[in-house]
Design a protein around this ligand. Sequence first.
Ligand code: KIV
Ligand code: ZN
Length: 526
Amino acid sequence: MSSDVSNSISNSDSSNSVDYVRIYDTTLRDGEQTPGVTLTPEDKLLIAIQLDKLGVDVIEAGFPIVSQGEKEAVKMIVKQGLNSEISVLARTDKRDIDAAIDCGVRYVHTFIATSDIHLQYKLKISREEAIRKAVDAIEYCKAHGLYVEFSAEDATRSDREYLKQVYKAVVDAGADRIDVPDTVGYATPKYIHSLITELRSTVKVPISIHCHDDFGLAVANSIAAIEAGAECAHVTINGLGERAGNASLEEFVMALHCLYNKRTRINTKLLYETSKLVASLTGIIVQPNKAIVGENAFGHESGIHTHGVLSNPLCYEPISPELVGRKRWLEAGKHAGMHGIAAMLAEYGIRPEQEQLRQIVAKVKELGDKGKQVTDADLIAIASQVMNQQNLVEHVRLMDFVVTTGINVVPTASVRLIIDGKEYIVAETGVGPVDAALKAIQKITDRIASIRLSEFRLEAISGGSDALAEVSVKVEDSNGKISSARATGEDIVVASVQAMINGINKMMMKRTIDRDSNREIQGYTV
Ligand code: KIV
Ligand code: ZN
């Protein structure tokens, strides 16, 4: 049986809903409103190019009125000539719309709040005045030949009859589409379903949904809207956005494809790399247990699960990781079982006897009971000890390294490594001494095996300025294979470098085994 989408189930109540769902990505606008995130125009362009490659229908590139840099970013994105449509945000204000026009966009998303809370306390205008402003803005956009999507901000807390009046008025004024924002994530799927159903019989333009995640319901609410006949959803990569964020693109799209039998233009195999790019440029790391793109989404630790997955991945994986550009991985820990540990060791070419395996598993559990995460390097060390063998071939040997850091200097590292007998010396800069040193190492190992650091954790395990630091790393190669390692020491930079070299050595070991077994297979076939 294949481990691809096990989709005999369709949860879709398809009577009202569309088959094709339009994906309106607002990572570069609502996503950038995540506290702590500011992107340079160059960063925004990189993300826009990736979103286009991913296949989103619309990229909301920014909010041009907010700054010169924002305008510059939108102009750069427009000039790129991407396949995705490019829209921008504007209040129902001529200055905002002029700023949008100035950037060369043809698509404007304009909004005004319609809930009494916003009208009374934020805008301090009457309901009638808000309608007038909305209608004026739509007429102004249409007079300038723009395609317009209109949002009634805080729609879900607005008076239903008044909200319908607003949407009717903007559609009469020429709005091409309407959007329904659940601005503070206050709605339930049932409420969204009934609201969209009612709006569909009120206006005859396509309806979008825009959900925030304050109660963790953004994806469920977006799906409820699609079920009720909305044909587009505003989403962001990694669920970035104001406060708790927006509906996450990757969760929404995978649920639509796998559980609701809907289509989008998204190339799902690019979801993970897109998530990684956005995380690295925004500095907002993805929680490990996040669906689809979190580090643990396809990781298995317990013996029962690893056994099941090794027998047939469908036992504990609803979709195959490759579908979203991932690889499954196993981890040793206190719940470990014989099958999982044997499979992990086999990846490194280590095949213990049954009794040895039993002892290795017992030692892994002992470490786990002490609250220790068991890295691949720990596992190999345990196996070497139990089997009385020296399994570790040191492909990469650290000869020496020097770092300079301080105030008013760019942190720089110079590293000398011997890899399989050949010497390499490289210097690199970074945001700090650890970054500089690890980048220098990666610059060398990149030439050999494109191995990159995928996770870095630093923990102080004693107090004081001479505290012992424990550094755990995960490294990943271009095929998505992962190896983990750790090092401990008083010097954070030295411990980081040693952990990295340790992880790279484990990865090289894995790759050698793969290469040799491929050779064997090829030899056999010929
Ligand atoms: O959440 C919201 O209401 C918005 C509007 C600008 C559409 O982001
Ligand atoms: Zn929003």
